[in-house]
Design a protein. Structure first.
Lengths: 108, 387
């Protein structure tokens, strides 16, 4: 089992927070999110992203508004709610803790 | 040479090769099955459809209007299989992954029909979106599929006449449950939620977007485009419905001979309606029948219009069925249609002529039309000058 495969479950779990982080930076629509992820290890597809976005919205972490686009029908632009921002902050904190643990353990 | 199928994705029409259509349908069916139990299922599906539409758009140009099968398959592969979110009840035994493009033709047709007729069971709910008070009228309107304004008018009228409208309204506001979940909202109108929800959300988005535009020009442009899109969507809907009932309504041979009779009835109804309207507007009474003092003339006129619509609706449907019963070669239709239209016009003209000649009231009313028009024009002019 390659490292890549071993980490698939972890990547999947982290995706949610990366999506929150992307949305925290600016208002984006789904294709923007996919594009930003596409060059990373977390590249994903609409089939995964849309159900995820809808769950995050239902949990009250993000919200969307309709905006018109130059070509085609209006798009949903997502942004974080206060709850989403708080959750992201907590997650980042926890993540740096984990990171520290990973680095620290085993060093003598 | 490949057959092309036109579909509606997020309010725009796309033409797909038949194989591509099958693949897309299989994909969306799988998606629907996998999202079973997800409260946002319809919203996710409409997002997915929108994303697919966007990908199709980038593959089309002015000289290329049809999405080929291999392009559809490529787009669906880009989309990736729909993944149910953890912690949400997934439908047991959901169909296997992604693109299973090869449903056989016959099977697919059968499924399609059941999908087309697959209406959610109807229930009466109150609907808060766009409600005036408690959404009672809105709910009734959705239930019987008419304009909520008409239901509201009926309630107002009932209240004015006997005061009963108010009582009924209050009771219903208490007794009838409110539609909260998307499923309940779908059940309120009996339509699958997607289309309804699409329209509602599109409208919400419309007003939201209106606020965001800086100048009038951009706003006007947006309004124009929005209206065009909505119209296209409504047309598609109507077309689908039309196709549905022409496919399913019973047709008996020989119905074609009923056509002249129906045309005469239709014409007579129209003449009666015109006479009633003229008599109402000219004398303020319906053929000498004086309206209750509290009912303004315009409400009576509106009620007349509604009554006419109700009366003539079945006639129109029956006439169209008659055309169909005349059989396959469609060029005969246009001939019959012409003949029918002539019969209809003749009936209307004759009856109108008779009415004007034999009813003194009608004659007086018709003769007073030019004077009334002058009067109205004068009124408008004085009002304009007085500003």
């Amino acid at each position: 089992m390659s490292v890549n495969e071993k980490f698939s479950a972890i990547r999947k779990g982290l995706l949610e927070f990366l999506v929150l982080q992307i949305i925290a930076a600016e208002k984006v629509y789904a294709a923007d999110i996919l594009k930003q992820l596409s060059t990373t290890e977390f590249a994903t597809q609409e089939g995964t992203l849309y159900p995820l976005l809808s769950r995050l919205r239902r949990e009250g972490l993000l919200d969307y508004e309709w905006k018109e686009s130059e070509a085609g029908p209006p798009r949903k632009y997502y942004e974080l709610t206060a709850k989403g921002k708080e959750q992201l902050r907590e997650t980042l904190e926890y993540w740096s803790q984990i990171n520290g643990t990973v680095k620290k353990l085993g060093q003598k | 040479m490949n057959k092309v199928i036109t579909i509606n994705l997020g309010g725009n029409a796309y033409q797909l090769e038949e194989g591509g259509y099958d693949a897309l349908r299989a994909y969306l069916e799988t998606a629907t099955a996998r999202l079973q139990g997800n409260p946002d299922r319809d919203e996710i599906l409409s997002d997915i459809e929108g994303a697919i539409a966007e990908k199709f758009r980038t593959r089309l140009a002015s000289h290329k209007t049809v999405v080929e099968t291999k392009e559809v398959v490529a787009v669906l592969a880009e989309m990736g299989p729909i993944e149910a979110e953890p912690g949400e009840a997934t439908h047991a035994g959901a169909a296997p992954a992604g693109i299973s493009g090869g449903t056989t033709g016959q099977e697919a047709k059968g499924e399609e029909q059941s999908a087309g007729t697959g209406r959610t069971p109807k229930r009466l709910y109150r609907i808060q979106e766009g409600a005036m008070i408690a959404g009672v009228c809105n709910g009734i309107a959705a239930y019987v599929n008419i304009d909520p304004t008409l239901v509201r008018l009926a309630f107002v009228l009932l209240t004015l006449l006997w005061g009963s409208g108010l009582v009924v309204y209050v009771v219903m506001a208490i007794v009838v449950p409110e539609a909260r979940s998307p499923e309940e909202k779908a059940a309120a109108s009996g339509f699958p939620a997607t289309a309804q929800e699409y329209i509602r959300r599109a409208k919400a988005g419309y007003y939201e977007a209106m606020k965001g535009f800086p100048d009038r020009k951009a706003r006007r442009e947006w309004r124009r485009r929005f209206k065009r899109d909505m119209r296209a969507h409504a047309d598609q809907w109507r077309y689908n419905w039309h196709c549905y009932w022409t496919e399913h309504a019973p047709v008996y041979p020989g119905m074609g001979f009923m056509l002249p009779v129906l045309s005469i009835l239709h014409g007579a109804a129209m003449v009666f309606w015109i006479c009633a309207l003229i008599s109402l507007l000219a004398t303020g009474a319906l053929f000498g029948l004086i309206l209750p003092a509290k009912v303004p003339v315009w409400i009576a006129a509106l009620l007349l219009l509604i009554a006419y619509g109700i009366l003539v609706g079945p006639l129109k449907v029956a006439r169209r069925l008659c055309y169909r019963s005349l059989g396959r070669p469609r060029w005969t239709w246009s001939f019959v249609f012409l003949l029918d239209a002539i019969v209809w016009l003749a009936v209307v003209a004759t009856l109108l002529w008779l009415a004007v000649h034999f009813f003194p009231d009608m004659r007086a009313a018709v003769q007073s039309i030019p004077a009334l028009a002058h009067q109205a024009a004068d009124d408008i002019r004085t009002w304009w000058n007085s500003r």
